[in-house]
Write a protein that binds this ligand. Sequence first.
Ligand SMILES: [Zn+2]
Length: 178
Amino acid sequence: MNCIVCGAESRIGVIDKDSCTHYCRTCHNTMMADRFGYDIPEYPQEITVKPSQGKQRRFSVEYWAYPDCKILTADEIGPSHYHCLVVGAMDRPFTEMWDELIRRLKKQISVKYVKKDGNLGKDQKAVGYLRYNKERDDLDYVVDGFPYPWYEFIAQHIDNYEGWQMKIEFIDSSDEVE
Ligand SMILES: [Zn+2]
């Protein structure tokens, strides 16, 4: 599918009654700006972020405007897959969303939940996100930027904690996790 405005590859289909119109991200954001009065922010599509220790990581950044909110996402470029999503209400300044994105990315890549020996660190916890893996047709649990088949991750760690309590909590992808 191609963008109805510029012919680039479509990234989003907008459904109106029975028809679906395809847009690339730029044309979709321009349409949203025209319709809802959003500014179109200028920002680098690719950034590098440095953790408190260790090597810097590269991220591809995308901004999307919608009728009720706007979002900013960062996805790591390279073999690991750190990911961050920031949501703003229509009137939230873009610079504030940008600052939140950078701050959260730095924090994420500065923490390591799984130690070199494969066990969990001293806090006995892991924070990650669930992502569909097309090749396996199942979900990966991405921790420290590394995708584990979700059941393997749980199976690998659960034996170490017999007799402990276990907390399972699902958190919206735009919320910051402590
Ligand atoms: Zn387009």
